[in-house]
Design a protein around this ligand. Structure first.
Ligand code: KMH
Ligand code: ZN
Length: 275
């Protein structure tokens, strides 16, 4: 059945430096402005990483709680905090992200080489994150950086049960150097593997860097949803830096409309995800 398109914006991430990417939203005011504008364009979920006063990635609990409250106050977006943080963040700080009580949080399904770094996600850590989210009624988005992460998810759900809300939603993060490539062939392979997950499992996809457009088209044509934003893409086209997250969301909305799968409203998105 064809449905509308869930559009997630990931506006900041932990990898780009403000000095190199001046359009990156790093303050709370910048984040709120971006969130409101992206919501008006058609985004329904915001995947949030925050920065400190020096624009460095942080998982400061008070700042995270303030950010969740401010986003709820100013928008109707589903607030999804990153539990991935930066590759340097310790597990305890990543688990403590849940104390900010977001609607959703990311849960990466395995360790992956991440450029020159390693994004570490031990099995016991994943189980801990999944179980704490179940206990607190926080809906996970399972982040899939490689095909084996889908097998890990099958194992997780088999041993520890469905997430809060009962619906399984995954996000294919494609094109990270060290992870699965951002190609149509790989997306089709990942899509086929969803057959081993609970019926009704939905997926979004995002292609890092120049894989953003092929991944977006492949996701739309296989019934998937879209994540876009400056966490993943800072070049709009060859030689053209991204001017704002709104530019990326507007492009995704345009593609979704062309595919006759218009953006889901925040209410429809809540229903889909079981938030
Ligand atoms: N910043 C990456 C190391 C997530 O948000 O859950 C991890 C990441 C995934 O962005
Ligand atoms: Zn992230």
């Amino acid at each position: 059945m064809t449905t509308g398109t869930l559009i997630t914006v990931a506006p900041t991430g932990a990898e780009s430096a403000k000095a190199e990417v001046p359009a990156l939203p790093v303050t709370l005011d910048e984040l709120l402005l971006t969130a409101k504008e992206c919501e008006a364009l058609g985004a329904a979920v915001i995947h949030v990483h925050i920065r400190d006063d020096a624009a460095r990635p942080t998982l400061d609990p008070a700042r995270l709680a303030e950010t969740v409250a401010a986003l709820r106050e100013s928008t109707d977006l589903i607030v999804q905090l990153s539990s991935g943080g930066a590759v340097t963040d310790p597990e305890a700080s990543r688990l403590a992200v849940l104390d900010a009580r977001p609607d959703m949080a990311s849960c990466t399904m395995g360790t992956v080489n991440f450029g020159d770094d390693v994004f570490l996600n031990r099995w016991e850590f994943i189980v801990d994150l999944h179980s704490r989210m179940q206990d607190r009624g926080i809906v996970p988005e399972y982040e899939i950086f490689d095909l084996g992460h889908l097998s890990a998810l099958q194992r997780l759900l088999g041993k520890y049960g469905l997430p809060s809300g009962g619906h399984v939603h995954v996000d294919f993060v494609m094109g990270v150097p060290g992870g699965m490539p951002g190609t149509t062939e790989t997306l089709v392979a990942a899509h086929r593997m969803l057959r081993d997950l609970p019926e009704g499992t939905t997926f979004s996809a995002t292609g890092i860097g120049r894989s953003t457009i092929p991944v977006m088209l492949a996701s739309l044509s296989t019934g998937g949803h879209l994540r876009v934003g400056m966490e993943d893409t800072v070049t709009y086209a060859k030689g053209r830096p991204v001017e704002s997250n709104m530019q990326l969301v507007a492009r995704a909305v345009g593609f979704a409309q062309l595919a006759q799968r218009p953006p889901l409203t925040t209410t429809e998105a809540r229903e889909l995800l079981g938030v």
